[in-house]
Design a protein around this ligand. Structure first.
Ligand SMILES: [Zn+2]
Length: 465
């Protein structure tokens, strides 16, 4: 007896042969994909729950390789500002006033937004730890919603002369203690659905001691490191001034650079950096919407891909996106690189889907478990129904429609770790209306405490030339 039988759908597998299987059924047992077979062969199979797949397309769950979920509470407050103003006006005061309850509701509303766009795995780079227990709020939300979650415990302990806010910095030994506590409490918990990583804020935001501590902890707990790399020219400059060489060189000198490192943004990598990252097989997280929103620049993604780097996609925090919608990220990834190179052939819908699924899984070191629909892998997937919207109809090619013509309304059913989390567009794990209502209230209260209320009631700003 199977747990779930998805009957008679078209399955976009993302397997090594990139097969698209029409009239197939997919059976799920104990959280894993038990079979993918022609529909006729599973016609009589027994299952506790049968989902009709006619007219639907089954995709591997999307993987969001970088988020700051608490920022879902401050979306829109920092609009149309340069990065330094965005940080000082909106981000830092909100982060400094964050409570564990805020972090929980931020992660609830952000993860929900992600789930509705087909996201089944999210890495939360939790860089705001103004009081103990805030990171725990994120894990609690992962548990409640049933999403696959990586809590990357962020920190900063350096770079004060370059603007690191004192109220958000921590002592290296305190960071280590809290990371050890989080690893022991949550790493590989909930059937392995929850993972804990460590996340230095940026190379210049970290002392060499804390970078080495991160490496030691990642090794000790069989975990990984996520770190913002060369998002802006300022990042490179600050790192060079503080550590004597550029981001990737520092990581290499400290023997940190390797497959257990996820490098986030990488907008200003040089050709040499790209070759080094490939040599050491480090993963990359690409955040095009955030890079556009903050005008950081265009990351050299076609160059990274052609050099063989594993590049995954991400939303970044909703304070610089301003959603957690991975469908949008896929479309914008394609459009950004086409216009940047003035060449529509430089990136394809198929490549973008790979970057949101199997390539992201490789970048996270999780390709054995997730990123494609294959027998034995975790059952993380969503059913796409084009007939729910005029936007997605007519469908000629499912990959094209998903990347260029889709919306969350088409993401009808979402399964994570073999459990149905969203069915017929309805969240099963919590009362969505209540979550949204509460998130609105929590966000308003945080704005009050953080002194950002004036940003909510901002004046009308038309451009004047
Ligand atoms: Zn970030």
């Amino acid at each position: 007896m199977y747990d779930i039988l998805l009957k008679n759908a078209t399955i976009i597998t993302l397997n090594p042969a990139r097969e698209i299987l029409a009239d197939h059924s997919l059976a799920i047992k104990d959280g894993k994909i038990a079979e993918i077979l022609p529909a006729a062969e599973l016609q009589e199979a027994d299952a506790r729950e049968v989902i009709a797949g006619e007219g639907r397309y089954v995709f591997p769950g999307l993987i969001n390789t970088h988020n700051h979920l608490f920022q879902s509470l401050i979306k829109g407050l920092g609009d149309d500002n340069v990065l330094s103003d965005w940080l000082v006006k909106a981000m830092f005061p909100s982060a400094a006033n964050l409570t564990a309850e805020d972090a929980y509701y931020g992660a609830m509303v952000g993860s929900l937004d992600g789930l509705h766009s087909g996201t089944t795995t999210v890495l939360d780079y939790m860089h705001a730890n103004p009081e103990p227990g805030v990171a725990d709020g994120v894990v609690k939300a992962f548990g409640k919603l049933g999403i696959r979650g990586i809590l990357a415990r962020g920190y900063m302990d350096n770079g004060f002369e370059y603007g690191t806010p004192r109220e958000l910095a921590e002592k290296t030994e305190d960071i280590e203690k809290d990371c050890q506590r989080l690893f022991s409490a949550y790493h590989n918990q909930q059937q392995g659905r929850i993972k804990v990583w460590i996340a230095p804020g940026a190379v210049w935001l970290s002392t060499k001691d804390s970078l080495l501590m991160s490496k030691r902890l990642a090794e000790e707990y069989n975990s990984k490191i996520a770190v913002h790399i060369s998002e802006t020219p300022f990042d490179r400059e600050a790192t060079e001034k503080l550590h004597g060489s550029s981001d990737i060189d520092v990581l290499e000198e400290l023997e940190i650079l390797g497959p257990d490192v996820l490098m986030v943004h990488c907008v200003y990598l040089t050709d040499r950096d790209i070759r080094m990252a490939r040599y050491f097989n480090a993963g990359v997280s690409h955040n095009p919407v955030s890079n556009m929103y903050l005008s950081s620049g265009v990351a050299p993604i076609p160059e990274m891909v052609s050099n063989g780097l594993n590049v995954g996609l991400a939303t970044d925090g909703a304070a610089s996106n301003n959603t957690n919608n991975m469908l949008e990220v896929m479309k914008i990834t394609a459009l950004l690189h086409k216009v940047d190179k003035l060449d529509p052939t430089v990136i394809t819908a198929e490549k973008v889907l790979e970057m949101a699924t199997i390539d992201a899984a490789k970048a996270l070191g999780m390709a054995d478990e997730i990123g494609s629909l294959e027998k034995g892998k975790k059952a993380d997937l969503f059913l796409f129904n084009p007939q729910k919207t005029a936007t997605a109809t007519p469908l000629h090619n499912p990959v094209s429609t998903l990347v260029y013509s889709s919306s969350p309304q088409n993401v009808e059913t979402v399964v994570v770790d073999g459990e149905i989390v969203i069915k017929d567009n309805e969240l099963l794990k919590a009362d969505e209306k209540n979550v949204l209502k509460k998130a609105q209230k929590i966000a308003e209260d945080l704005s009050e405490r953080a002194g950002t209320k004036y940003l909510r009631n901002r004046e009308w700003r038309s451009l004047s030339y």
